[in-house]
Design a protein around this ligand. Structure first.
Ligand SMILES: C[S@@+](CC[C@H](N)C(=O)[O-])C[C@H]1O[C@@H](n2cnc3c(N)ncnc32)[C@H](O)[C@@H]1O
Length: 258
């Protein structure tokens, strides 16, 4: 992880969850879609890699009620500090690369049945090596779910933010190929969530750099981008857009697809 990314998440950690409270169902539905896609069961050993504040992990734990705590892995302590203290969630301060390389061992040193990687794959620099290493930590029932944005998005960002996003975002098809090359059966599908959000609230989210791509801009550039956004949406008090997510699933061959 670069220093810039670490600083970005240290800065946004305290307010990260607030950005998603405009629609309480959004987080719940997306969390449910993830546990459903992985067909999680109570007996699964589950890890959320790049769990952040555990915004989604806590819903998944509530949904599934696994007998062992969900392992919540993140390299930024400020994000992990926001994790609710709960016997259902076990924090682990580490990056995906730390786990994949064995620099940090799994606490129970037992294999994992399910791994969730939601919106953190784009921060991993050696995606092939890291995913290969993570796949080696799976049990014979193992499956993995990478949840990521597609290469182009409908969020009402300003033009430079869209352009930078498109430069940085990996292609879900490439992630599927990497998962498959790591020895898993793999598939990719799409989930769509309809978002309605007040323009002024969205301005506050832009100001708070709610997406990591916004951390790529200086204060002046962000201000200019927000001015451009305001001009584009001056007649739109409520913004409506579709939020598409790619679900890249991988499962150990022989196990029926989730
Ligand atoms: C966009 S946030 C997503 C957090 C959470 N999964 C969610 O959806 O709310 C990205 C998270 O990835 C973490 N991250 C950055 N680099 C990482 C890496 N190399 N390995 C694992 N996590 C990483 C960040 O600290 C941050 O918490």
């Amino acid at each position: 992880m670069t220093e810039q990314i670490a600083e970005h998440y240290e800065r946004v950690a305290a307010t990260y969850n607030d950005h998603w409270t405009y629609d309480p169902d959004y987080v719940r539905q997306l969390a449910h879609a993830m546990s459903d896609a992985l067909r999680l069961t109570r007996s699964d050993a589950i890890a959320d890699i790049g769990c952040g504040t555990g915004l989604y992990t806590r819903h998944i734990a509530d949904d599934v009620r696994p007998t062992r705590p969900v392992l919540c892995v993140d390299p930024v302590s400020a994000m992990l500090d926001q994790l609710p203290r709960s016997p259902a969630l076990q924090p682990l301060h580490a990056s995906a690369e730390d786990l994949a390389s064995g620099r940090v061992a799994l606490p129970e040193s037992a294999p994992l049945d399910a791994m969730i990687i939601k919106e953190s794959i784009h921060h991993m620099t050696d995606r092939r090596g890291t995913l290969e290493g993570l796949v080696r930590l799976l049990s014979r029932h193992g499956r993995i779910l990478v949840v990521m944005l597609p290469t182009a998005i409908h969020h009402p960002l300003f033009r430079a933010a869209h352009e930078r996003f498109e430069e940085l975002q990996p292609d879900p098809a490439d992630i599927q190929e990497i998962v498959s090359a790591a020895g898993l059966r793999a598939s990719v599908s799409q989930r769509t969530f309809h978002v309605a959000i007040e323009r002024e609230r969205y301005v506050r989210m832009l100001e708070a750099r709610y997406m990591s791509v916004l951390g790529e801009f200086s204060d002046e550039e962000l201000e200019e981008g927000i001015a451009q956004f305001r001009r584009s949406y001056r007649d739109t008090p409520v913004l409506r857009f579709e939020d598409h997510f790619a679900f890249v699933k991988g499962w150990v061959p022989g196990r029926p697809p989730a």
